[in-house]
Ligand binder design. Structure first.
Ligand SMILES: C[S@@+](CC[C@H](N)C(=O)[O-])C[C@H]1O[C@@H](n2cnc3c(N)ncnc32)[C@H](O)[C@@H]1O
Length: 289
């Protein structure tokens, strides 16, 4: 059976340090790896969300096992305020961003350029697919998306080539080949990597989702409550880093303290057993008063 191996799990758990009676929010439930470790570490409660309809069945198993200690909402984590409600305060909020292994290796989801599948890339609760984006965006807008969200310097060439070959692009394999045909491979990275990343981030509005959940989290924390985020690319990490920096410098500066001056990364041992962990960065902050 397919598995998602949670990244930096030991480090996240040590930072969160779950306590009996605590209430925690796992915004990215996925395969439930973090949630399980937290529920097993203390007699606490978890409110979890995931936008992916495919994880509902895993959440049901958790509900049977942990009963009142676990609640799941098929929702985006940016809805945290309405999900948690005004009567509840949280002792910790954890976000393990990006896609899970289940999503990545399922060709029907269209996330990977290594398989042939529909050009979708939606994690769930999206209002467009990546195919909509490449069809409906102008060449210039498509190039901007690829440049800004993929940090791809050949964005103009790629957008032009995609638009020129649109009628021949039927699946993710065709899309990857059109990109590969106009970008030279340097090193081990597939030339389609950055464009696929850009389309995925755009389709799922990943950066605005992250900005909103961080913003709304602040009012939901208990004293000593923590916000802990694991990110997988520099754009996400930048959002987290600047949000935390503004919290410790702005009007709230006496209220918050960083748990990580520099991000925690995976050990070489973790990277050797789980390649996905190589780009992970863990940052945390907690509320003093
Ligand atoms: C890396 S996986 C999380 C894995 C999980 N920590 C575990 O241990 O199994 C990321 C999950 O977050 C979900 N996700 C990503 N963005 C989301 C959002 N804005 N709202 C809710 N869920 C989201 C994805 O659907 C995916 O299932």
């Amino acid at each position: 059976m397919l598995q998602h191996i949670p990244v930096l799990l030991k480090e996240v758990l040590a930072m969160l340090s779950p306590k009996d009676g605590g209430v925690y929010f796992d915004g990215t439930f996925g395969g439930g790896g973090y949630t399980k470790a937290i529920l097993d570490a203390a007699d606490c409660r978890i409110i979890a969300t995931d936008r992916d309809p495919y994880v509902k069945s895993i959440a049901e198993e958790f509900k049977s096992a942990y009963k009142k200690r676990f609640d799941f909402f098929h929702a985006k984590f940016s809805d945290i305020k309405s999900i948690v409600g005004s009567n509840e305060k949280l002792d910790g909020i954890i976000l393990d961003l990006g896609v899970s292994n289940f999503q990545l290796v399922d060709p029907s989801r269209g996330f990977s350029f290594s398989f042939s599948g529909p050009i979708d890339m939606g994690m769930g609760l999206c209002n467009r697919t990546a195919l909509d984006v490449i069809k409906k965006s102008s060449e210039r807008n498509l190039a901007d998306i690829i440049y800004q969200l993929g940090e791809e310097h050949s964005s103009r060439k790629i957008a032009k080539n995609i638009k020129m070959n649109l009628k021949n692009i039927k699946n993710t394999e065709d899309l990857a080949n059109v990109i590969r045909s106009c970008v030279r491979k340097t090193g081990r990275i597939d030339p389609a990597t950055k464009t696929f990343q850009a389309l995925r981030i755009f389709v799922n509005e990943e950066l605005s989702e992250l900005e909103k959940v961080l913003h709304d989290s602040v009012d939901l924390l208990n004293i000593d409550g923590k916000i802990i985020v694991v990110s997988f690319h520099s754009l996400e990490d930048r959002v987290v880093k600047f949000f935390f920096r503004d919290l410790i410098r702005g009007d709230n500066r006496s209220k918050f303290k960083l748990l990580t001056k520099k991000p925690i990364t995976s050990s070489s041992l973790e990277i050797s057993s789980n390649r996905r962990s190589r780009s992970a960065k863990l940052r945390g902050i907690y509320m003093l008063q």
